[in-house]
Design a protein around this ligand. Structure first.
Ligand SMILES: Cc1cc2nc3c(=O)[nH]c(=O)nc-3n(C[C@H](O)[C@H](O)[C@H](O)COP(=O)(O)OP(=O)(O)OC[C@H]3O[C@@H](n4cnc5c(N)ncnc54)[C@H](O)[C@@H]3O)c2cc1C
Length: 334
């Protein structure tokens, strides 16, 4: 890689745990370092321990830098962005990798501004190209696909779509004994212009479906009662809901909730299709979901051929009992 810079992968450890996204980033980092033949390391806000530290070792992470006081830094993304920029400078990182989720997409421009770096979001692959790097990105739920070249003259901040992260452990990766460093940042001037008093996560009920993590969708197999139950279920579980065209045509919801060829192309972690036959116009908009689960009363419904898991069942029976169980599980707090 040009400039002998290294790759710094930011791995958030919510509650000290390495989650699916974190493992996906470790896998991505190890492959990227291999493709670019560059040294790499990770930045964390908490110190990984036990099985989580073992996972870092399994993915061959050579170095873990834990930001001292990083736990508090999460309260103010602007501050954290500048801290990570400072860390990247000190560690001579040339490529900084973040997940394209709420936190990563917030931090990326801040780190880039601190480093005067180039920024590229939703990068799927990166390959060496002479002295530079060729990067492919797929943005806006796959609607935008383009390839860019980075010449290495200044640092590069990239975000990687969470849906494209795979936790696969490459057979070529050798387990490591990561060097763990607690990094003490220099005090930064406080941001007098703005003080963050509260962080409000995106509301799954209103977030653009192309950005939704989990979607439960209603097809024509839902009647008004089961559709209302589904919406209630989505509210209780804090997930997004979508519809097929016939349901949109009934006027039960706005166009922004319609999924498919003429509606939104979605790429959630989980897509639950309820009473949806599986027409090509609908499937075309959901096929890149990480996991498709469907429930349909017709065992021959085409949606099953496009699902990772399928259940033959009547929604009029399934939804009321599912709703009752979820209500019981959330303890009537809603
Ligand atoms: C140019 C064009 C563009 C289109 N764009 C889109 C688009 O963007 N998005 C889209 O969704 N469609 C689109 N369509 C329409 C598409 O072709 C299908 O008609 C539509 O997707 C079917 O929706 P559905 O699965 O909800 O309904 P249906 O095909 O009627 O399927 C309903 C399903 O529910 C099941 N069911 C019935 N009762 C129950 C029950 N009690 N319990 C469980 N299952 C039950 C049935 O077995 C059936 O499989 C487009 C069509 C055209 C021509």
């Amino acid at each position: 890689m040009s400039g002998n810079g290294k790759i710094l992968v930011f791995v958030d450890l919510p509650g000290g745990e390495l989650d699916e996204t974190g493992r996906g980033l470790l896998s991505y980092g190890s492959r990227l370092a291999g493709f670019l033949d560059a040294p790499w390391g990770t930045a964390t806000l908490l110190e990984p321990a036990g099985e989580h530290l073992a996972a870092f070792a399994a993915y061959g992470v050579p170095a873990i830098t834990c930001v001292a006081g990083g736990d508090n830094a999460l309260d103010t993304p602007a501050h954290l962005g500048r801290l990570l920029g400072q860390l990247a400078t000190e560690t001579t990182a040339k490529i900084i990798v973040l997940p394209h989720n709420d936190l990563g997409a917030t931090l990326a421009p801040m780190i880039a501004a601190t480093l005067n770096a180039a920024i590229l979001t939703e990068v799927v692959t990166a390959r060496r190209q002479g002295d530079g790097v060729r990067l492919s990105r797929q943005a806006l739920g796959g609607r935008v696909a383009e390839t860019k070249e980075w010449d290495g003259s200044r640092p590069l901040v990239i975000t990687v779509p969470v849906r494209s992260l795979s936790q696969v452990l490459m057979p070529t990766v050798r387990p490591s004994t990561p060097a763990l460093t607690v990094w003490h940042p220099l005090a930064l001037p406080t941001d007098a212009a703005a003080t963050v008093t509260e962080r409000i996560p995106p509301d799954p009920q209103t977030v653009d479906l192309t950005e939704a993590e989990v979607i439960f969708s209603a097809g024509k197999g839902c009647d008004q009662a089961t559709f209302d139950q589904l919406k209630e279920l989505c509210r209780l579980l804090n997930v997004s809901f979508g519809v097929t065209r016939p349901v949109y045509d009934l006027g039960w919801t706005g166009f922004e909730r319609m999924v498919g060829q003429t509606g939104r192309t979605v790429t959630p972690r989980v897509y639950l299709a309820l009473g949806i036959s599986g027409s090509m116009h609908h499937v075309g908009g959901i096929k890149d979901s990480r996991r498709i689960i469907s429930i349909n009363s017709d065992a021959k419904a085409p949606i099953f051929a496009n699902s990772d898991e399928g259940f033959v069942a009547d929604l009029k029976e399934v939804l009321p009992s599912l709703l009752e169980r979820v209500k019981a599980a959330v303890g009537g707090a809603q």
